[in-house]
Design a protein around this ligand. Sequence first.
Ligand code: GLC
Length: 687
Amino acid sequence: MSQSSLDYLTVSLGEKLKLQYYMKAEDIILGLGENQRGINKRGGIYESYCTDEPLHTPGKKALYGAHNFILVDGPERFGIFIDFPGRVSFDVGFTHKDMLEITINGSDADIYMIKDKGLRNITRHFLSSIGQAYAPPKWAFGYQQSRWGYETALDVEKIANSFIENDIPCDSIYLDIDYMKDFKDFTVDEERFPNFGEFVQKMKAKGFRLVPIIDAGVKIEKDYDVYEEGIEKGYFCKDEKGEPFVAAVWPGKVHFPDFLNEDVQRWFGLKYKTLIDCGIEGFWNDMNEPAIFYSEKRLDQAIQVAKQSENENLDIYAFFKLKDVFTNLSNSPEDYGSFYHNVNGENIKHDKLHNLYGFYMTKAAAEGFMEIKPNERFLLFSRASYIGMHRYSGIWTGDNNSWWEHLLLNIKMMPSINMCGFLYSGADTGGFGGDANGQLLIRWMQLSLFTPLFRNHTAIGHRMQEPFAFEEETTSIIRDIIKLRYALFPYIYSEYMKALHGNDVYFSILSFEYDDLMSRRVENQLLVGDSLMICPIYEENATGRYVWLPEDMLLWKHRGDSQGNYSIVGKGHMYLEAGLEEIPIFIRKNKMLILGKSARNVDALVGDELSVIAFVDSKATYRYYDDDGRSLEYQKGLYSEILIEIQKNEDDFEIAVKYSRSEKVKKISFEIFDSNGNITRKTILCK
Ligand code: GLC
């Protein structure tokens, strides 16, 4: 092993590459995307190895994404991006408290070091080098309802009707594996979902789009076209003997499409057409780490071990050894090291490029959509991911639990995920595993109301988690939260698309904007876009929390019944009271929030009247962005903008509004607060 250095880093070369950096006491280590623990990653050890990890307890090192971008914030500020598709580990002061050690499981990696002034600039530099983020259609910014366990078309329709009856806005309902025939991709169970195309249209007429799941594994079943074609064309990953590798997931035994191969990508991508032809406009790609329940070979071995134990008197060691044989069957490194991809004619062992599998499945889908319906946007998000996949889709954070700890984890993950490029993201609101109570769902909704992907999803066998599955008081609070999401649509969409165009983040930590010491430490408050700071409540039975204000801000406590109240809160620490029905939103100084009128779904939003809540001490400027929300024309610069300026004069505010290509907006009403909390109301009619 030899050593060299790359700026501040010591690099050891050998079979594995090692980078070492001595962290200063004040260094904060950011990044690493979808991961456990804090926003400051110091103290932990993390592994980039896409993993099906349904129990995200704090000791777990790897989740579903492999996001190798890390940012050191201290006297030296720099970012490091490790472009390597195999296993990479980040020991951030876990083994030795001051040592950041990155171990790359191979010698052929591209390592980038990014230096610039300020955290946001470094991040933007990185983001501009990995390409523009994916834009979902506008409807994908609406509220979405999901559950593994809507077993029939009737179940789905009942859910839709309940949204209508309860006057709760919603844009889409998800179809989990229940809709498939025997868990086969691109099939529909005709008995449980008869006349699927008609059903899709019927649901659209009611105002709901359906979003089906697609899994990575293809069921081994004679006469199943996807299986037969894959075999005939040699499109599945092979084992050591050159036979299609057999693993098992939901349908039992499956083969894995070799997504690393471009022909396979195109073939699989075009398979989505069956469902697109039925009117489907969005999908979620799942189990694409790929998840393996067991492989044929290792299950046989385990059964042999079990047989040998039959009639034995198993002591503590023998019993746990036997138990482990079965527990360790799933997602085993041994299996990942026993199948191969064909990359440009060369056979490459899966574990060398494991982290690219979900990436290429998702790229395949996105490119398929572009071929099937050019110039149309699709909703697409994936469970497994690698940096760069944000150009094709979003991600969700996988199988969390109905735990308050996971609500906090969701807060902490969002800025890190954004730093790695994934703007369209969110967690399973309310928690996937376990049973949520109404209070947890409400508090989680108060966070998710700001996440671009706003989906409530839960697992079969657990308590129902739809907004109307609780007592009326809870339903009513959730109704108000969801309605607020639709009212905030102009701001959320604007900020998302501006982040996309500007290679920027949508969620950020306070230190992206403020350079005081406290702002560097705060881990439970987020900036949302350019104007807002949010401080979600994440503890059971809490009716408030402490908040750090890096400057004076306007606090809007939204309440469904009264539109809430406003107050100017001063810089410093404060205890924020927030009852279950109150949503505190902080508007930064010299910034404004743009709102519209809520509606039953995104298609029904009119968008001709905007209202602005502003806190102006000297001058505030806002760029409101809009586009057709359906096509890819925004990539050619076809979007509209309204530039709003509010200038504080001696005893009045002067408003200037400049349009570019915007015909929709007819009226803008302003509520402008000065630093004493005095309010000025004005309305501008647009030509
Ligand atoms: C996986 C997914 C989850 C889904 C389930 C059944 O666990 O992460 O979201 O509901 O599979 O398809």
